[in-house]
Design a protein around this ligand. Structure first.
Ligand code: SF4
Length: 417
């Protein structure tokens, strides 16, 4: 996910038993609601719902060269009143287990003012209060390019306890090559000014860097940048072939070259005070050493639900939200103004998508020795790279699953030795 503001998707979360994967309701109640998809019914599990992505606006003030969003130039705005039924229906779906993250994303959220989110947060609270489980934990996140962060935003973020993710691609020349304004100007200075305002206000934040072929040649410069900027955590996304971005500089990069980059970064980090933690290393380390037998990811129905500014929603990969397709028309399975999760699960569109994505997962299970650590990959990448959800390996999984797993396993073995 690398759009105008690449989102902090939870990396695939391990759950320990098939039973623990089910939503928070008794087994029999769950089967009454979803009789065709319950445990032991030969279908895949639905949820648990971990991430609700809300597109407050599809508009972005930047025009990043690798962005997958087609309508990022169109000004749009979700009615904040819609947040109440979205949250209520989400909790009442039975797919939530304890809590979930609500992420404002899929455009640049900060192009709408803090007052918009004040109202949206009030609607969110109203939706939770009106639901059948009013103590559900909701962690609110905003993923932003950071250029609009000012004192007013810092006050809002601190007051509301919002978690912030900033998209920054390392040193100025790397960042400004891809993350540009509509007139082609660089945005590094403005993003760093936003980061500085957060730091001055004592607000913690995470960062995401989209790695291109050029970045892989510069592990030292990237690390130096994070240390100098006081950045303590980073998620390495890769430049993906998705939506409006039909090519990636990483297509010409071998897994060995990517592994070299990761190894070098890891090795340098170990001897550099103030080096950031890397999301991919930590997540893979947990997967490898954590035990358990089931991985939840973008392929898991209703683990992620994405909602556009009109209330249309879909599940599986968030990047499918705004996409049109010859084969499927679109990837939407309902609209929260009139539909809910039960009607979405019954819809022909969902059942077709679920069936095709399940075939791809089954093919992965058959053919891939990394399946236990991956679970079946990202449907959007399979679709955008191969034109089919039934495909297996992608550029994305080759780099972010297989290569990361190899590097972390190798590192663990070295440490043991
Ligand atoms: S082929 Fe790729 S998507 Fe499929 S299980 Fe292996 S690593 Fe995952």
């Amino acid at each position: 996910m690398q759009g105008p503001a690449a989102a902090p998707l939870p990396t695939d979360a391990r759950i320990t038993t098939a039973g623990a994967a089910q939503p928070r309701m008794g087994g029999s109640a769950w089967r009454r609601l979803w009789p065709w998809a319950g445990p032991g019914r030969g279908d895949r599990h639905l949820g648990p719902l971990k991430l609700l992505v809300l597109q407050s606006t599809g508009f972005c003030n930047l025009d990043c060269r690798y962005c997958y969003l087609a309508d990022r130039h169109v000004k749009s705005r979700m009615d904040p009143a819609l947040v109440e039924p979205i949250v209520r229906k989400t909790i009442d779906s039975g797919f939530v287990k304890g809590g979930f993250s609500l992420l404002w994303h899929a455009g640049e959220p900060l192009t709408l003012p803090p007052a918009y989110y004040e109202e949206a947060m009030a609607r969110m609270q109203a939706g939770r209060a009106a639901s059948t489980c009013s103590d559900t934990d909701i962690a609110v996140h905003i993923q932003t390019n950071g250029v609009l962060i000012n004192a007013e935003w810092c006050d809002f973020i601190r007051r509301q306890g919002v978690r912030i993710g900033i998209s920054v691609d390392g040193p100025a020349d790397l960042h400004d090559r891809m993350r540009v304004t509509r007139s082609g100007g660089g945005t590094h200075a403005a993003t760093l000014a936003g980061i500085k305002r957060l730091q001055d206000a004592g607000i913690p934040f995470n960062t995401i860097t989209v790695l291109t072929a050029e970045a892989l040649e510069r592990p030292e410069d990237l690390l130096r940048f994070y240390v100098d900027a006081g950045i303590r955590t980073v998620g390495f996304n890769v430049e993906e072939i998705e939506g409006e971005n039909p090519t990636s500089s990483l297509s010409r990069v071998t897994p060995e070259a990517y592994a070299q980059f990761l190894k070098r970064f890891l090795e340098l980090s170990r001897r550099t005070p103030g080096a950031p933690r890397v999301r991919e290393f930590d997540a893979m380390h947990r997967l490898i050493t954590g035990g358990g037998d089931t991985v939840v990811g973008q392929f898991t129905p209703f683990s992620i639900v994405s909602v556009d500014h009109l209330g249309n929603f879909g599940t599986f990969s968030p990047e499918l939200l705004d996409v049109k397709s010859d084969r499927y028309g679109d990837f939407l399975i309902g609209n929260f103004k009139t539909d809910d999760y039960a009607s979405a699960v019954r819809s022909r569109k969902y059942r077709r998508l679920n069936r095709d994505i399940a075939k791809g997962v089954a093919a992965c299970r058959q053919s891939c020795s990394y399946f236990r650590l991956c679970g079946g990959g990202a449907p959007a990448n399979k679709y955008f790279e191969h034109g089919s959800f039934e495909a297996t390996e992608t550029l994305y999984c080759r780099l972010t699953k297989k290569t990361v797993a190899d590097v972390v396993l190798d590192d663990l073995e070295r440490q043991l030795a």
